[in-house]
Design a protein around this ligand. Structure first.
Ligand SMILES: Nc1ncnc2c1ncn2[C@@H]1O[C@H](COP(=O)(O)OP(=O)(O)O)[C@@H](O)[C@H]1O
Ligand SMILES: C[C@@](O)(CCOP(=O)(O)O)CC(=O)O
Ligand SMILES: [Mg+2]
Length: 354
């Protein structure tokens, strides 16, 4: 039987990077997904774990006997998420070295290590074929790494028989997991994100697992009920970057200037708190909606200034900021920055005018 799972990407409206250091952040799931499908294969002589990455056009195969040699029998405890140890990470790197990954796609290695860790931890050394495809640009700030880990954990846990869908059908015939099962998916996905990001806050996997709009602070998630639609344009600068390196860069700056950076993170916390309460305000008429959007725009502008202080903006991002400002529109980077995607708040009056 084939199992298929999908998980969405996200935008961060306020608080990226600072959330890694304990500040609040606000994120929303978007309608772009990563899907993972798994078919367990009957045991035989040529047992292998196969991975087909549709978007990169790359396929990988690891003989189960080789996985056993390098990783040992492993500790497969699907119900107890655990971190990947440094010894395991080194063993996974050894397995990847045996494959020729084109230099231009070397950034996939972190995703491949996360895949092998999640697969062997949840399904052990059972032979199987996994296919992944995604609507999301990779390494652009829209949470492709989290959507990859969440959809993979969901599919693996279902194939292992540890979680089951709740039965209720959501859009396009997809079914949702029970709350407790979602928690388990989220905890495994976080372990995968740790391999890809180094020190993730957990916001990306949380919003990808639970959907909707959330406020996230120190691992605690609050669902936000957005009373009026918030319309965002997403511009992809197409400048590639790597979340792990950017997160590490901010931490290094924080250790060089602890007091100044603590003030920056504190200011971002206030922005996220205020933004989350504004999002939940019900605005009944045009004047109230305009005033709500003006406040959101101002908070986004302030957050962008603080992201510049953290050193994660980029010339390509500044170009989008200047271009949208010509039309009196406010923008900020979303995700790790350094390139990637930029959000522009589109006021409702503009939507009505078009
Ligand atoms: N569909 C996918 N297949 C394989 N690896 C993926 C996939 N999506 C994401 N990844 C992994 O996640 C990395 C991108 O994550 P990251 O740098 O956090 O950026 P973002 O999460 O904003 O897209 C990729 O380099 C790759 O290792
Ligand atoms: C920079 C950060 O706040 C968000 C990273 O998002 P993305 O991987 O760039 O989509 C890191 C994190 O919270 O784990
Ligand atoms: Mg990511």
């Amino acid at each position: 039987m084939e199992v298929r799972a999908r998980a969405p990407g996200k935008i961060i409206l306020a608080g990226e990077h600072a959330v890694v250091h304990g500040s609040a952040a606000v994120a929303a799931a978007i309608d772009l997904y990563t899907g993972s499908s798994i078919r367990l294969l009957p045991a035989g002589d040529a047992d292998a774990v196969e991975l087909d990455l549709k978007d990169s056009g790359l396929t990988f195969s690891w003989a189960c006997s080789r996985l056993r040699d390098v990783l040992g029998e492993g500790c497969c405890q699907a119900e107890a998420p655990r971190p990947c140890s440094s010894d395991e990470l080194a063993a996974l790197a050894k397995l990847l070295e045996e494959h020729e990954i084109p230099e231009a796609k070397i950034w996939l290695s972190a995703g491949l290590s996360a895949f092998l860790f999640l697969y062997t931890s949840i399904l052990g050394l059972k032979p199987g074929r996994v296919v992944v495809s995604s609507d999301l640009p990779m390494g652009a700030g829209l949470g492709s790494s989290a959507a990859f880990c969440v959809s993979m954990s969901g599919a693996l846990l279902t194939a292992a028989g540890v979680v089951a869908v709740a039965g209720g059908s959501q859009g396009e015939g997809w079914q949702v997991f029970e709350k407790a099962d979602l928690e388990l998916v989220n905890r495994w996905a976080f372990q995968g994100e740790k391999i890809i990001h180094g020190k993730p806050s957990g916001i990306d996997n949380a919003v990808s697992t639970f959907g909707s709009m959330i406020k996230f602070k120190k691992g605690t998630l609050t669902n936000l009920k957005s009373r009026n639609p918030v319309n965002m344009l997403i511009t992809d600068t197409r400048v590639g970057r790597n979340t792990k390196a950017l997160v590490a860069g901010v931490s290094e700056r924080a250790s060089r200037h602890p007091d100044a950076m603590a003030s920056v993170f504190n200011a971002v916390n206030s922005i996220s708190e205020e933004l989350s309460s504004i999002v939940e305000l019900a605005a009944e008429d045009e004047i109230a909606i305009t005033s709500k959007e003006d406040k959101l725009a101002e908070l986004m502008e302030m957050n962008q200034g603080l992201l510049q202080c953290m050193g994660v903006s980029h010339a390509s991002i500044e170009t989008v900021l200047r271009t949208t400002l010509k039309y009196n529109l406010v923008s900020k980077l979303t995700g790790a920055g350094g390139g990637g995607c930029v959000l522009t708040l589109i006021p409702t009056c503009i939507l009505f005018a078009s």
